[in-house]
Structures are given as structure tokens and as C-alpha cells.
Design a binder for this molecule. Sequence first.
Ligand code: DGJ
Length: 530
Amino acid sequence: MAAVCCLFNANAQTPDMPRLVKKGNYFQLLVDHKPYLILGGELGNSSASSKTYMKPIWAKLKKMNLNTVIVPVYWELMEPEEGKFNFTLVDYHIKAARENHLKLVLLWFGSWKNSMSCYAPRWVKTNEARFPRTKDKIGKPQEILTPFNKDNLKADKSAFVKLMQHLKKTDVQHTVIAVQVENEIGMLPNARSYDDAANRSFQQAVPAQFMNYLQKNKEILLPEIKAIWQRNGYKTAGNWEDIFGKGLVTDEIFTAWYFAVYVNEITSAGKAQYHLPMYLNAALNRPNVDPGAYPSGGPLPHIMDIWKAGAPAIDILAPDFYFPNFQHWADLYTRTANPLFIPEIKFERGDDAKAFFAFGNYNCLSFSPFSIESTETPQKEPIGKAYHILGQLTPLIAKYAPMGTVKGFLFDKDSVTKKVKLGNYLLTIKHEYALGWSPGSKDDTWPQTGGIIICVAPDEFYVAGTGIVVTYEPLGNSKKAGLLSVDEGHFKLSKWIPGRIMNGDQDHQGRHVRIPVYEYNIQHVKAYTY
Ligand code: DGJ
């Protein structure tokens, strides 16, 4: 792979710091100098608040083959009194993760967590005069710190800076590989705040920084924001309603901008201390629901441009997946130069298939079911089986994805077949039930299945996943394709160790490569023509 350029200021980090590198639109997370895929899980919100509660969990996580745990840091517990910091929990998590050979991503539960400010310390919550809240339309305060106040920003920023200083000083082995700044920011139940400072800002001119961004990037703006600006005549000066028109859409744009600049200041200050990759997550909006009825103004697909303009210090805008239609949302988040980074996905059957698809089909850096510790049967979890395979394939994915020869697949009863050109062949990949061999194929619904195919030479492939069948046709000639060899096996320290030779019934006497539903493996395939 050609050299990749570093996203970060080289002075701000030591050479072995975890970092994000970018080549064109392709991103890699480097950890301990190597490309790293987060095969993760996020803890339930309160689990990390108790060492005793956490104690048995680490072993569970290992059984699911996680390499990374996503763990909250609670502002209220870290700074229980103003200026007095307690890092006991953070230190515990780092030590325990290290002992279990796991990496950590830390979630900064600061000013906002799922729209609310529930993790603000008591000294913040009880001093409304100094730390004002947002207000609804009739002027009633909400339990949401307003982003239109310098003291709110200052208090959050100084705590976050302390956290980053502490990590720099203590985490010399780089167990912490990334930080999420705040959690699922978004205004509810109105698309904007009506506190006095917000009302004043709303009447003022749209800040020059934002107007300049829009003008400079006019041709590459995402269609949603471009259409709104265009509808209002591409004006370049005026207040929010002058530029974007009157309505909830404008309220949301306004909110997004002020959230973004607030988060940017916290993020920049944290990075100035310790330059880890930093990202922000979004609670997705249900289609056809008005701003205000969903958490509005967060880093959502239709307002990503605003976050890019207002929070350039944030490296990645990340979706939390709790809705169906995985592909729809993954496509939206990867329209601009933004890698797919999944800090949360509903922990359910099908995550295994989605993980293969995500790492194979997108420039995905993280996959992480939420409340991962909640399983009672970690050794049986499908996601653990998928991670076992994806962990082995990581070096190959990192090597071949930038060349475009890695593909991922996701199937269910409504989406059964996909064709791709790889090497010298046209491959047809199907849900295994499409063969009609299994009794389950008669059921009304089929389990989601998925896979990943890595083409390492024109006639050579690694096929991995669960519940897929692959057939080959030669490209560009009238011959037929056959399977020269199909070996099941595994990678040990990046070396392929073959196991069973999959001929006869296992490859349908040379007709296809097959991984049955509920089975997981990697097969090394050599194809030929005759
Ligand atoms: C998304 C949030 O980011 C999490 O912290 C948690 O509240 C989950 N929702 C619960 O489903």
C-alpha cells in the first residue's frame, strides 16, 4: 500500500500513539504501528461505575474475542467537587483491560448524554445561575446544559483536559486508543433552545466561519444542506432565517452549528494535551419525522456538513445503529471522506453477518454491539464467532481493501444474491438458504447471513463468513470456471494453516464454495478455467 498521510499534527504525538491515517478517502486506525479494526463491544451505561460489577465481565468479553471495549468515563464521578479529580475508575479500567489484553475506547459522558445533561456533576446541576440550561418554547428550563454559555463550556473543557492529561501521564502503553467526545448530542423536544443567549444568537448573522465553509465547499456539499441553501437563493450574508428560511430545518441547522463549535473547543483542548483519535456519535433520526421530535442537531447524515464545518477537530462522525436497514445508514455516513465507525449497534442476532459486511464493504474501523456484557452465554455468541474470523483477517483486509479487492455481503430473505467482479472472475454470492437444501429455507424469515471475500491474486481468494454460497464465472472469455482447491483453515500469526480439504459434498463436487448457516469459517480458494 502506498504511504498514507497522518491526519494529526506530528509534534503532538509520540510515534507509537494510536492514530488515524488517511490516503485519499481511505482511513486506517494504527495501533501499535499496525492497522487495527475495533472488534468491540460497548458496556451498558452504568456497568463501568462499579469495579465489583465489572470484575467478572472482563473474562466474558475475552470469550467473545473482542479486542476492544468501549467504556464510559462519567464526569460526575471524575470531578465530584469542582477542581477535585478522581481517576480511580479510569485507572481501574485501563489496568483491567491491559491485564486482559484488551484496548479501550473511552466515552466522555460530559455536558451531554443522549441529549440530556445527566452526567454533569452535582455542583453543575445545582448551580443553574452559573451553568444555565436550554429552555423550551415557553421558557421552561430543561435538564440540558445550553451550548450558548461560556461557563458550561469552560467547566466541561477543563474536566476533559484533565482526563487527557491524566491519560498522557499514565497510559504509557496506549491501552486507550480513541475517545468519544460527549454522547448522542441532540435537542429535544424542540429543534432549538429558546434560552436568552440562544434567542440572541438566532437573530445574529450566521458566523463567517460557517458561511465561508459553505461557499468554499459549495460544489461538494451534501445534497440535503445544499438544497436548503439553494432554496433560499444561496445568500451569503444574513441571520439564520435569512440564509436557510423559516422553519424547523433552520432551527436544527442553528443548533447543530452551536453544538459543533462547543464540541470542537473541548476536542481541540483535549487533543492539545494528548492527541488521540476523537469521534462523535449520533442517535439516528427516523425518516419523515420533524426536527425536534428526534434528538436534533447531532452529527446526523443530513447535517454532516455543519459538523464538518464547525468541529474540524472531530476525526469521525459515527452512527449508532438501532434501526433496520443497515446498508442505508452505512451508505449515508460514507458519502463524504468519513470512515464507517460503529460505536454502538443493537446487540442481537445478525450482528455477526453485519460485521462481515461492514468490514468488507465499507472502510469500517469499528463494530461494537451495545451492552455487550449482558450475554449469559459469551462462548456461544455469534458476534464472538465473527470476531474470531475477522481478527485473523485484519492484516489481509488492511492490505487489500485500499486496492478494492475486499468485498462484504449481507443477506436475508429479501436480499438473496449479489454479483461482484474480483480478480479474473465474476462471483455470485448467495444466502445459503437460496440452495433450498436446508429445512430452514422454507421458513417465512431467514436468519441474516454475511461474508467477506478477499481476492489476493487473480485466481486466489479467501472466502469467510456464515451462511453463504459462492460460484465463479470467468471474466472476458467463454470458458468455464472450476475450483482447483478449497481449503478450510485459519491464520496463525498471519500464516495460513490449512485444515480440511473441502472437496466432494463440501464444495458440491467442485461447483461452489459454501459456508452453511450457523457455521463460521475461512476457506482458501484457488479457481481456474477450462
Ligand atoms: C444509545 C446511547 O448512546 C447509549 O448510551 C444507550 O443509552 C443506548 N442508546 C440504549 O439503547
